[in-house]
Write a protein that binds this ligand. Structure first.
Ligand SMILES: [Zn+2]
Length: 253
């Protein structure tokens, strides 16, 4: 059994957005306050974090714990990686390294951006605490195993994950045909849905609805949502098995 906690379901700027505020979102609904996207996938033995939101410290304090057995990184954008720095205290004094998993095209970027957490500077105070694990099409992290696949994120590639009948595919604007086929027969799908308008880098609501119509997962949760998407308006208008996520939502598969 998997327990998935949506630590954050907001787009890169979060909701409310600096300068622009709440947009179409009702500021009085706490479910509209969205931190940047991360999820925790858990079995009894393993806690696998997917992405390292810049809000990760607050997310783990609020919904999680300090146990992180591995981190899968979907892509290098700052809203999915900047929390790498927040994990440092988790590894203080443990003698163990944080295990990061990503496709080679993602890992190269992470190692460039955050070189100081991978390299030994020779100073005792700041030892490297991160170990890179490049994954191909399948991964095993603790007792969690799954497949991962390339996604089109506009100007770069991101990675989607499927673990049994659960899939997490954020920051995707389109799928290649063979990748799309990997998403058939899902029980629970968490999928990135940025806005109502079409965007070059993210699926919008119409696109996600078309995908769901084709793939027919039992239930679908929208994540990575901007100020364009109000929680209650979505609840009132979406088909019965499609839900907007909110920070702290837990799903058991
Ligand atoms: Zn992105």
């Amino acid at each position: 059994m998997l327990k998935v906690t949506i630590l954050g379901c907001g787009a890169s700027g979060g909701v409310p957005l600096l300068k622009y505020g709440w947009g179409q979102c009702d500021p009085n609904n706490p479910k509209n306050r969205r931190t940047r996207s991360s999820i925790m996938i858990e079995t009894e033995k393993t806690k696998l974090l997917v992405d390292m939101s810049p809000d990760l410290r607050q997310q783990l304090l609020r919904f999680g714990s300090s146990q992180v057995d591995g981190v899968f990184v979907t892509h290098e954008h700052y809203d999915h990686t900047n929390g790498i720095n927040e994990l440092r205290p988790v590894y203080f004094g443990t003698g163990k390294s944080l295990q990061i998993y990503a496709k080679d095209y993602v890992m190269r970027s992470i190692q460039k951006m955050f070189y100081y957490v991978f390299e030994d500077s020779g100073r005792d105070l700041y030892k490297p605490y991160v170990e890179a694990n490049v994954v191909e099409d399948e991964f095993v992290i603790g007792d969690i195993s799954g497949i991962c696949f390339e996604q089109n994120h506009g100007y770069l590639k991101s990675t989607g994950l499927r673990i049994g009948d659960f899939a997490y595919t954020t920051d995707v604007v389109s799928f290649e045909k063979d990748t799309f086929e990997k998403l058939r027969g899902l029980d629970t799908w968490i999928v990135g849905c940025l806005s109502r308008d079409k965007k070059p880098t993210h699926a919008n609501l119409d696109t996600v609805l078309q995908w769901v119509c084709e793939l027919k997962p039992r239930q679908t949760y929208l994540t990575h949502m901007s100020v364009d998407l109000d929680h209650d308006s979505l609840r009132a208008n979406l088909p019965q098995n499609i839900f907007p996520a909110y920070d702290g939502l837990q799903v058991t598969i």
